[in-house]
Write a protein that binds this ligand. Sequence first.
Ligand SMILES: Cc1ncc(COP(=O)(O)O)c(C=O)c1O
Length: 389
Amino acid sequence: MASGESKKPFIPGISTRAIHHGKSFAEETGTVMPPIFPSSTFAYGNKEGFDYTRSGNPNFRILESVIASVEDCKYATIFASGVSAITAIASSLQSGDLVLCEENLYGCTVRLFEQVFSKFGIQTSWVDFTDASSHEAIKTLKPAMIWLESPTNPLLKVIDLEKICEEAAKEQTPVVVDNTFATALLQKPLELGATISLMSTTKYINGHSDALGGSVCTNSSKWQNRMTFAQKALGLQPSPFDCWLITRGIKTLPLRMERQVNNAAALADILANHPSIKWVRYPFRSDHPQQEIALRQMNSGGAIITACLKGDLVKTHLFCKTLKYFTLAESLGGIESLVCHPATMTHAAVSSEMKSHLGIDNSLVRFSVGCEDIDDLSNDLKLALNQLQ
Ligand SMILES: Cc1ncc(COP(=O)(O)O)c(C=O)c1O
């Protein structure tokens, strides 16, 4: 190497990092897959510093190191679910603090703020972060925290994360981005200026609909301390077995995502061209209101499609039940396709006024597109749509 040339550390690609974690905590056995450490407690003074599983466990550390590596950040803390991760972040707030929230968040996040955290004096204000007036709200309301999702659940609004983080930085307001729909594979909120990137690892990260989990990623040691404190003080830790499953699941995240995104992009076009459909939302389609932002901030359009059918609740329900390969169920992000009726399922806890303000009505369906063969998925969809004619 010529003198003066910088020695850049070699960083393997994201698929490699998702597969190879640093440690198995059983090196002497030559194990290829890490074991499961179900122990609730650890002998005092052990060399890895484990104490009691509520505050750490080898399976947590393995998963935290993979998630931090995939997210390209300094710290990751894992939790029992996405909702536990949200609770951990909110537990750092004080009574009287105001959280400025995107008005379209996952229904259970809304329920937590409105029905749980409000009892402890945490206030919320709900704004449309795709509207420039939200920048003014950051200045005038001076919130203690900004809470975003992008793409949002279920309307797939795409928020200009870089712009909002820039406005928030002027006021020194921390920004939380729920990155569950995109994952670090499609979008990196911390690189766009966010303080915290949160995921429900129940979804794409695990990918097999057989475990619940959540993660919080940050580059701030102050926030990392708060998260490890919340993990142990509030009892928000996952089980070692679920961590082990999620560690196994994340290894195929890039493979699964590639297939799911290709399937979703093709199905979004089929839906958009069918006479039974009023409108379709898919971030990379040219008819998406924030397509330009999506193209700039995401690597692909993701694997969720939201569509509004021409039909009432009965017809929409019939459509969902007619589908053979899309199971009508809560959740998303697994290898199997799912369909969901947000108004009565994921967003049932959101007030009717807010739902009608946002446009989450009885004709709205959300598809989580899986890894099945595209011909089977498209034929299934066309048959169910044709029935509505
Ligand atoms: C965007 C988003 N955030 C958080 C959660 C909560 O995750 P969990 O079900 O793992 O608690 C969900 C669940 O659907 C979600 O869609």
